[in-house]
Design a protein. Structure first.
Length: 450
C-alpha cells in the first residue's frame, strides 16, 4: 500500500488501485473504461493485472476446475507482456481446443438430433436392404463422432466444468444407440424366425432401457414393447392352458376359441420366438389339433345328405348316426378344450335328427313331454331349422288337442256311469273332427269273405 501526506491524495490513488484490481477480477470490464492519470498507478495496475492473469492461467494448466467462460476471458484479456510467454501459448492452445470441441458438440446436436437418430434406428428393422445399409452407415458415423468427442474430452477438457452436461448427454446417446441397435437386430431376427430368446432376455432389455432412461417414444423401444403387450397376462393364460391338459384336475377346461386366440396373439407378437413360451404354445397347438380332428369327424356326419328322407329310410343309417353322435359326445368330454361351436353344432344336429324321426313316426309312440323338450330346445337355440320348428309346433298343438279331447270324453263317460249327467261337459264338433281325423280303422280282407 502507498500512503501520502495528503489524505485526499491517498484516497484518490487508493480508489484507482482498487478499481484496477476489480477490473482484473471482473475480466468482462475493459481496461479502456478506466481512466488512469498517473504513471505510477498505471505501473501498479499492470503489475496486479499480470499477477491476476498468471494466477488464472496457472489454475488452468494445473487442471483446476474452471468454466468455459472463464477460460475464454483468460485467453482474451491476457496482458501484452504475456503474448510471447509459454504460459499464454498453453492457455491459448487449450482455449482453441475447447472451442473446437464445444462447436463440434453443438453441430452434432443440431437439427433435431433425437428425431434423426430415432428415424435411422427405426430403419434397422426394415426388410429393404438398401435402406437398412444406409441407416447402418449413418449410425456408425454418429457413433464414431460421439466416441471421438468423448476421447478428446477425457484427455484434455476434464477441467471445464460446464462441459460435463454435454459429456453426459453424449454418453447417453452412445448407450441409447447401442441398446436400440441390439434391440432392432433382435426384433428383425425374431420376425424372420432366425433367432429365439427367453422371456428373461426380453424383460432384461426393457429393464436396461429404463436404467439408461431411453426415451419411450423411440421406435426401437416401442417395437420391443409391442411384443410384450400384455406379456404377463399372456404367460398366465398359457400356464393355465398347459395345466388344463389333465395335469391338474381341479382346473376347469378352457375354451377352444380362447386357446386359438392365445396362439394367434403369441405368433403375432413374435412370442413364438421366445423359447420358454414357444414350448408351451406348441403344447396348446397340439391340443388344438385334437379338437380340430374332432371337428372334422363332426363335419362328416352333419352334412345335408345325412338327414335326407332317403337316407333316414334305412334303419341301419339311423342307428349309425345315433351311435356316431353318442361317440362324438363322449369324445367331446375328453377333449383338452371345450369346443363351443362344435358342441352346439352336434346338439343342433341331434335335435334335427330326433325331430325328423318323430315327424316321420320312425321312433314310434313317444310321450308328449319329449316332444315338448324338443320344442323348448328350439326356443332357446335360434340356430334350429325354422321349418322343422313350425312342423313340430303344429304336431304338438294337435297332440295337445287330442289329449284334451280324449280326457274330456273319458271324464264324461265316467260321470255318466256314476249317474252324474249334470256334470257332463259337451264336446264340440271341432273337437270331434280333430279326434276323427287322427283315428285310423284298419281291416284286412279275410279269405272267408266272398
Amino acid at each position: 500500500f502507498f500512503f501520502f501526506n495528503d489524505p485526499a491524495t491517498t484516497e484518490i490513488y487508493t480508489e484507482q488501485i482498487v478499481g484496477s484490481v476489480r477490473c482484473v477480477q471482473e475480466t468482462d470490464r475493459e481496461v479502456a473504461g478506466l481512466e488512469i492519470s498517473d504513471d505510477r498507478v498505471r505501473q501498479i495496475y499492470n503489475k496486479i493485472a499480470e499477477t491476476a492473469w498468471r494466477k488464472h492461467a496457472t489454475s488452468l494448466i494445473l487442471n483446476e476446475e474452471i468454466d468455459f467462460e472463464t477460460l475464454q476471458k483468460t485467453n482474451k484479456h491476457a496482458p501484452e507482456s504475456e503474448y510471447q510467454s509459454e504460459l499464454f501459448a498453453k492457455v491459448h492452445d487449450f482455449y482453441v481446443k475447447a472451442s473446437q470441441w464445444r462447436d463440434n458438440v453443438n453441430n452434432l446436436f443440431s437439427q433435431n438430433f433425437d428425431d434423426h437418430i430415432n428415424y435411422q434406428l427405426s430403419l434397422l428393422g426394415e426388410t429393404d436392404n438398401s435402406q437398412r445399409k444406409k441407416a447402418e452407415s449413418e449410425i456408425e458415423t454418429i457413433e464414431r463422432k460421439i466416441k471421438q468427442l468423448l476421447t478428446e474430452y477425457h484427455e484434455e477438457l476434464g477441467v471445464v466444468s460446464d462441459f460435463k452436461a454435454s459429456v453426459e448427454k453424449l454418453q447417453k446417446y452412445k448407450d441409447w444407440i447401442s441398446w436400440s441397435r441390439d434391440s432392432q437386430e433382435c426384433m428383425k431376427d425374431m420376425k424372420s424366425g432366425k433367432r429365439s430368446v427367453t422371456s428373461d432376455y426380453i424383460k432384461d432389455k426393457v429393464r436396461q432401457a429404463e436404467e439408461i432412461n431411453l426415451p419411450q417414444e423411440w421406435k426401437p423401444f416401442q417395437d420391443l414393447s409391442s411384443t410384450l403387450e400384455n406379456f404377463d397376462e399372456l404367460e398366465k393364460e398359457i400356464e393355465l392352458f398347459v395345466l388344463s391338459q389333465g395335469q391338474d384336475a381341479g382346473i376347469k377346461r378352457r375354451s377352444f376359441q380362447k386357446a386359438k386366440a392365445i396362439v394367434d396373439r403369441a405368433r403375432t407378437h413374435f412370442s413364438s420366438q421366445i423359447e420358454d413360451i414357444s414350448s408351451q404354445v406348441e403344447i396348446i397347438e397340439q391340443n388344438i389339433t385334437q379338437c380340430e380332428e374332432w371337428l372334422e369327424k363332426l363335419m362328416t356326419i352333419t352334412n345335408s345328405q345325412s338327414l335326407s328322407a332317403e337316407y333316414l329310410e334305412d334303419e341301419h343309417n339311423v342307428e349309425f348316426l345315433q351311435q356316431t353322435i353318442a361317440g362324438l359326445r363322449e369324445q367331446a368330454d375328453k377333449l383338452p378344450f371345450i369346443v363351443e361351436q362344435g358342441e352346439q353344432t352336434l346338439n343342433d344336429f341331434e335335435w334335427q335328427l330326433k325331430v325328423l324321426l318323430f315327424l316321420s313316426n320312425k321312433k314310434g309312440q313317444q310321450p308328449l313331454n319329449q316332444w315338448m323338450e324338443l320344442l323348448d330346445y328350439a326356443e332357446k337355440n335360434r340356430s334350429c331349422d325354422k321349418e322343422l320348428v313350425r312342423q313340430l309346433s303344429e304336431e304338438i298343438s294337435l297332440a295337445e288337442k287330442l289329449r284334451d279331447g280324449v280326457s274330456k270324453i273319458r271324464r264324461n263317460e265316467s260321470l255318466k256311469a256314476q249317474g252324474q249327467d249334470s256334470k257332463v261337459v259337451p264336446v264340440s264338433m271341432d273337437e270331434l273332427k280333430t279326434l276323427f281325423q287322427n283315428c285310423l280303422l284298419y281291416t284286412s280282407p279275410s279269405p272267408r269273405d266272398s
